[in-house]
Design a protein around this ligand. Sequence first.
Ligand code: ITT
Length: 198
Amino acid sequence: MRKLVIASRNKGKISELKELLKEYNFEILSLDDYPEIPEIKETGKSFKENALIKARIAAQETGCLALADDSGLEVDALGGAPGIYSSRFAGPNKDDEANNKKLLELLEGVPFDKRTARFRCVVAAVDPQGIEITTEGVCEGKIGFEPKGSFGFGYDPIFIVDGYGLTMAELKPEIKNRISHRAKAFKKIAAVLKGLLD
Ligand code: ITT
């Protein structure tokens, strides 16, 4: 079976990507299986640049097809922040609760109709021979006034998904895995990969 390395150490992301990859015939690994690979610095200026940086390093270091996801939340009332800085918005230690608290504080006094936001995800696939593909997915919503729900990770408890009236953390994982930014980007890349591998 062909090996595929997910170039991530984010447990929430890895489990979502594993679920999305279930139907494909890969042995799935992640950077947790390669503890010797140091933390990859995300020095890019866009989700696409960062996804490619992560996938390229993982492909080079492991010799396997690598898949990386760079994603984040864009809040219109904050000029698109936290964007590519989503994971460390409240400081260097990735702490979802602190990130959510900071975001809610910054939006204090902003009415519901002005709290528009979207999750954006770019997935990059890089193979050791140097073939590179990227795709993007977006999921629109609004930032709520308090955290709700316990599924998912990151900003899910404060992100109210358009058309559902519930936060992403209140939606069952199988629903998130159908409608999320990651699912959309992933669906597109899976179609291309399938064509390449067949
Ligand atoms: P890796 O680089 O190891 O994959 P990371 O958490 O640093 O892990 P990113 O740089 O792509 O990954 O940052 C993504 C951040 O955006 C993530 O930590 C969350 O705060 C947020 N985010 C992305 N997708 C999300 C989702 O589906 N639900 C909630 N928050 C999400």
